[in-house]
Design a binder for this molecule. Sequence first.
Ligand code: NOJ
Length: 743
Amino acid sequence: MTIDRKERAMDQQKLKELVQDMSLIEKINQLLQVTSGFFIDDVELTGPIRENGITEQSIAQAGSVIGLLGAKKYKEIQDAYIKNHPHNIPLLIMLDVINGFRTIFPIPLAQGATFEPELSKRCAQIAAKESAVSGVHVTFAPMVDLVRDARWGRVMESTGEDTKLNSDFAIAMVEGFQGTNVGEEYSIAACVKHFAAYGAPNGGRDYNTVELSENTLRGYYLPAYEAAVKAGVEMVMTSFNTLNGIPSTGNQWLNRNVLRDEMGFDGVLISDWAAIEELQYHGYAKDRKEAAGLAMNAGVDIDMMTGIYSKNLESLIEDGTVKEELLDEAVLRILNLKNKLGLFENPYKDADEEKEKEIILCEEHRKVSLEAAEKSFVLLKNDGILPLKKREKIALIGPFVSEKEIYGVWSMLGRPEDTVSIAEAADKVRMDYEFTFAKGCNILGAEDSNLIPDQHVQEPSKEDEERMLQEAVEAAKNADKIILAIGEHRRMSGESASRSDLTLPKIQYKLLDAIYEVNPNIAVIIFTGRPLDLREVSEKSKAILNVWLPGTEGGTAILNTLINKVSPSGKLPMSFPYCVGQVPVHYNEYFTGRPYDPKTGGKEYRSNYRDIPNTPLYPFGYGLSYAKFQYDDIKLSKDIMSIGETIDAYVTVKNVGEYAGTETVQLYIRDCIGSVVRPRKELKGYQKVTLQPGEAKNVTFEITEEMLRFCKDDLSFGSEKGEFHVYLGTDSSTEEYVSFNLN
Ligand code: NOJ
């Protein structure tokens, strides 16, 4: 089909006229999203599917599709769709492109560990480019839910526990996906999710109830969504959870008052998968029809996947429950997005079979994936065993040595054959080191089968298990050092992957113990989608390098780090708890009226646990380097700040170690007295410095009054006069401070 592009270009007036010209059914169907399966495979429309509102007609006019088609198929489908559509409106294609399309970057939590939002912006740009040439217009990312509970499997999709860090990454990712305007070549629309506070489910159990005071919600949880809105995000997704008793997807106050009126969001609001229908199961709507009315009145524009609007909106409009103007507004927002993407002029946008071949997984993209992985690794412990030295005899042991599925569950197009394993990367430097390899065990053993859904693991026989273990022990005996690569199976984190325990699969402790017995020179590499309880691993190892789920270039990045081609520089974006009994645990907690100070002791009638410390094993912001950094001369440009003024905070950072390295210098502020109590400290800035051995650099942060604002009791934001402590250091546990007063 040839399309006269100029004639089809739309302005606001034309779009409004178009909406006016559409029939009621056509308009309702714009709000329907179905899976690509309905277009690709001839899915049989069974009785129940039709009954739910998904019919030949609604599919033929569905406003959007979730799923990948690929450029060629996409063009065919788009052509046929436009041709048959009564107003020749183009179809919108959406997909979960989370940490990469086909070139896979580290999971978002790992990206948080880079403390480098600009790098995530580049990752998002690449993901957008690979998606765009494959015919994708919208990604369901970034997920900016603040997370404090490592039991929740979806912490892997967030950038962590800190409001500022989350907000910075939210902006960077939106800018990366969208460019300066989604109509540009290789830009796609972003969708910030899950609005709101999905990251705080009770007990860390996915989809569970969220109860937060409005002060906490506004002060800590909402800012990252708002940052994305201010950055121009085109779409927002509702969350599955109830928030203080009201399911988000039916919450008018949340979606209309807070999101649209207060934050100024004027883009498309989409439900999460079947979340409108689920209003019934929450016990909030008596049936599907009522659920559809509640969601529509709450301002939800697109129904992801259930046909609930297609089935019920007509009668809801007829009986007056939903005003047709609301429908028109929703349709206009959807058409507006299609128009911004340029689909009316050029329905193919960037989809191009040739470019798919040329761009996807190209060398340039792989390089950025490598850089992101290297910068995301967090060295949790090192007594000097790392980096490896040339000629050493190294046993590479563990189920992750040859594992290639190291990219997290949301990397739907990630393929093992595209990925570099540790073993493959080691092979490239084998002339300099003496490597031996042994798997030792599978990621999961017989006793671990409850850790992932339906049996995806092939259980080895008892003999095979014993043989693998013995081979590993032999390799360990003959080595100078052991690199033990262990961790969570990729399906142990992500949606619907909550855990009540944060230790490793049992079989892996068996391996650790067996090796430790014959050779304690162990450096552990941890693969994980969440903070883990690493107490035992820490006791039995001399170094721990946390590599998360690192993506396509994971193996190369790990090898480069082990041999000090790069020094680790990642910092934890989420506390690693001492044990599961401590969670939710986060650095910016309040003092309580009976704070416990381990230095002065006296546990009785103080806020503490009898059996474990209050502090996590590894706190937020923590991460070592092969270099050794020393902080000196922390000072302020003045000790009084008047409104409208700023203060500079200075520190000198010196590398007193023997290797070069990059440090993330962190600025935390404590507001000593507040009309609403203030956290122990809050991250307000971070800067990276790279230092050669012996080198020192001065680092300066500007402190503004804006940084001192917080959510007050009347829910307004503002600063309060009084004393502030300024901490400049290597992580959130830093204790040394200087102070100033705000006048
Ligand atoms: C459900 C998830 O909660 C959401 O994050 C995702 O974008 C949708 N499914 C679509 O896959």
